[in-house]
Design a protein around this ligand. Structure first.
Ligand SMILES: [Zn+2]
Length: 469
């Protein structure tokens, strides 16, 4: 009876809202090239949106309270960024203008899930979410005073039994509080033993959480992570195959492919730039005093844009802060972006108008440079790696993701409409906070946040993506 009543109620709502058939819908996206990687639909269609959901995808004429002329534009599910460190207003504005409708901080994550979500107040410009992270938990447990990444005991000290028990407790607390995944940056915590690593992996497996990991250097670091995930039955997502793979990116991807072919759940991602960004005080550069002089010059201090030498490197390392490192070739980047294995994920972090351009331009750059100009990626495949693939990565643990990244009727009305002829990144290594070009409309739950290429002020349709407790 209850079910019958609710069905009746839904039917009457449908009629009341008047969009049982041809409309009027809240918004109609009219005459765009609709591309849906899930159904493989690629054709001119009209899309009807009502109450934040996709209600119609049709070649028939439909009416809406607002009709957006999408002719000449590609209509895609909104882009989902699984690796975004900028989780604030400034970053979200640039993300929206790069076509991103949901951005997740999953590699580093947080040590306190409840506070992290509370700080974002229930709504933001775009959807957002976070992992419970081994790095911040290790920093808390070891008493490391570093900002964002370890700079003291969290990178150098081996954990005691009691430390590991406390880490497990914090991991479980975060997962119970709704963390969408588990984060690891084992390259930043070299003192973490295989035992510590695998103990935390078991916690992730118990909660069906994918582990998003920055592996230790080289192919051996990748093999260590894949073996640990296999032993513990954990789903593994290896972050930035381009920078972790560097000159051995092809082999790096081949190892991941081999694990997948054997039935293991391993995925990966890449960003389309040949420089990286991290913190100068991190464990990655603990051997800095033994470097050849030329190596310092591959470092660019984000605050000033200057290239470093041994003296300035020493000075800034003592102070701490963000550096861009120009250490890879375009060929390495192309290998990672060409591969159908990699999802597109930015690893972005723009702060006070400064930072690596990947935080502002990763998606437009793939679409403009690698799809249109160089033709090394098919458009549909690029979109799959920006939408459906990241949604699927999370959806085992996060049911909300089953309604994102695809254009199914009833799915969330998160859309990115771009001009395939003009879309391109504009941010640079000295001016990282410049928005992309050609992203014409971005809708979040059916609300435009980018409208005619311009950001809409004072709207907050983005919601926390979190596992309900
Ligand atoms: Zn990162």
């Amino acid at each position: 009876m209850k079910l019958f009543q609710s069905v009746l109620f839904s039917i009457s709502l449908l009629f009341l809202s008047g969009c049982g058939g041809g409309g009027p819908f809240d918004i109609v996206l009219e005459g765009g090239r609709v591309m849906d990687p899930e159904s493989r639909l690629d054709g001119v269609r009209n899309v009807g949106i009502h109450d934040g959901k996709i209600k119609a995808v049709t070649d028939k004429k439909i009416s809406g309270k607002r009709v957006i002329d999408a002719s000449g534009l590609v209509v895609s599910p909104g882009f989902i960024d699984l690796h975004d460190h900028g989780q604030n207003e400034e970053a979200f504005r640039l993300k929206a203008l790069d076509g991103v409708t949901a951005a997740f901080e999953l590699e580093v994550g947080t040590g306190d899930i409840a506070t992290w979500y509370a700080e974002r107040g229930g709504s933001q410009l775009i959807h957002y979410g976070v992992s419970i992270g081994h790095i911040p938990i290790r920093m808390i447990v070891m008493g490391d005073a570093g900002d964002f990444l370890p700079s003291g005991p969290a990178k150098t000290k081996v954990a005691t039994e009691a430390d590991i028990v406390e880490m497990v407790r914090r991991f479980e607390e975060g997962l119970i509080q709704g963390a969408v995944a588990v984060g690891f940056g084992i390259a930043y915590t070299p003192a973490a033993t295989v035992k510590e690593f695998e103990t935390m992996l078991r916690v992730a497996a118990k909660y069906d959480a994918s582990v998003h990991i920055h592996v230790r250097d080289g192919l051996s670091g990748l093999r260590e992570a894949i073996a640990g995930a296999k032993d513990t039955g954990t789903a593994l997502h290896v972050v930035h195959a381009n920078s972790s793979g560097a000159e051995v990116t092809a082999e790096f991807l081949a190892i991941i492919q081999e694990a997948r072919a054997s039935g293991q759940d391993v995925t990966t991602e890449a960003y389309p730039y040949s420089a990286s960004q991290t913190y100068i005080e991190s464990a990655l550069f603990d051997d800095w005093e033994s470097w050849e002089p030329a190596r310092y010059n591959t470092f660019q201090w984000v605050e000033t844009g200057e290239r470093l030498n041994r003296d300035s490197f020493a000075r800034y390392r003592a102070a701490g802060g963000a550096v861009i490192i120009h250490a890879r070739t375009e060929a390495m980047t192309r290998t990672a972006i060409e591969s159908p294995l990699t999802m597109i994920a930015s690893d972005g972090l723009i702060k006070d108008g400064k930072g690596h351009p990947r935080g502002s331009g990763s998606y437009a750059r793939v679409l403009g440079r690698y799809v249109r100009e160089e033709r090394v990626v098919e458009l549909m495949d690029a979109l799959r790696r920006m939408t459906l693939a990241p949604a699927r990565r999370l959806e085992t643990r996060v049911p909300a993701m089953r309604n994102k990244g695809r254009m199914r009727i009833g799915a969330d009305a998160d859309f990115t409409l771009f001009d395939p002829e003009t879309v391109i990144d504009r941010a640079t290594y000295t001016d990282g906070a410049v928005s992309s070009n050609g992203i014409e409309y971005v809708l979040i739950n059916g609300i435009p946040v980018v409208d005619g290429g311009k950001l809409v002020e004072h709207v907050r349709p983005g919601r926390p993506v979190r596992v309900s407790q």
